[in-house]
Design a protein around this ligand. Sequence first.
Ligand SMILES: [Zn+2]
Ligand SMILES: [Zn+2]
Length: 383
Amino acid sequence: MSTPPTKEPLNTPSEDPLISPEEEELASAQRPVGPKRSSCLWIVLGAILLLLLCACLFTGLWLTGFRAPSPAVPPEIETPVPDGLSGRLTAEPTMPPTSPPPPATRLGGDLVVHFIDVGQGDATLLVGPDFAILVDAGRHDRDDVLPYLQSVGIDHLDLLVGTHPHADHIGQFPQVLGALTVDEVWLSGDEHTTLTYERALDAILASDAGYHEPRAGEVFTFGSMRVEVLHPDRLSGRLHDGSISLRIVYGEVAFVLTGDAETKAEEEMLARGHVLQAHVFQLGHHGSRTSNSAPFLRAISPEIAIYSAALGNSYGHPHDEVLQALEALGIPVYGTDQHGTILVITDGQQIALELDRGPEGRLQEQSRAVVTWIPHVQHVSGE
Ligand SMILES: [Zn+2]
Ligand SMILES: [Zn+2]
């Protein structure tokens, strides 16, 4: 317990009878009168006493907590705290780029994840300093994936994944496998009866790529990237519920991609006890209500959600229920229908987001604006 500070009298005359005369003498010493020996002594004594008094007063005031404003002390500078994305549900990409954060521990370079705008389909390119992976290759009735890959300098893929054999995911396998060298291809193992599927298989066979059907629990490393297979553990014949689902870890930042996996697959992933937490979640099935269940969203607990869909698509993707669930959880969402190709860039510690354009399909003056940096959040466990 401290007693309330009492304010020392600052300007009231001192009651010490010894002081006033000295002060008088000091004042009189300043008058232009002839020097006298005794008054000189008094002046010196007075000055010393005055200095002592001032020192005592100052110390007393300091100890009682009084802080006189001092022009010598600069005012505290408020350092702006970087905005988290949680406060940026309506982030405007036109805002000037924020300063990059202080350099973090580097992994030899950044991982750039390109959620490529391929209309109503999926194509996600992950490029790091020592790996390049493509998860899904767009629609069968478009020709936009290979030109995009080439535009960003990709001529080799360590891995090409077809999450499931639908035409909006493996549609451009032939173009990609025909033009690039690909080390390995993963498919779920579910078969389909379409020409698109047959053409994709033919392209894999005609290439030099290895082939694998990954299963839950497998873990791979591609350079400095770690790929954890979350799903499937077995096939049921339902193409969506057989979607290859991956948790991708780069440094301390994690991404979850689940293709078109639906609620049943999500329940299985939860039941198997996989670590699902991630900073970035690509919404299942283009943001459909058939996927993205609340327990699954909570388990992933992403900083941002991203979906790939065409503007005005006939499926109504992304569904309002999903967007509302994300809003309720405070998770901002970005879609290729609204923002064009979306880049998520990470050094393994922090995340930056770059959008082609703003909401409502409105083109922005600045074609690629860094919207925000997300300070590293310590909620992802590495294992
Ligand atoms: Zn599908
Ligand atoms: Zn799909």
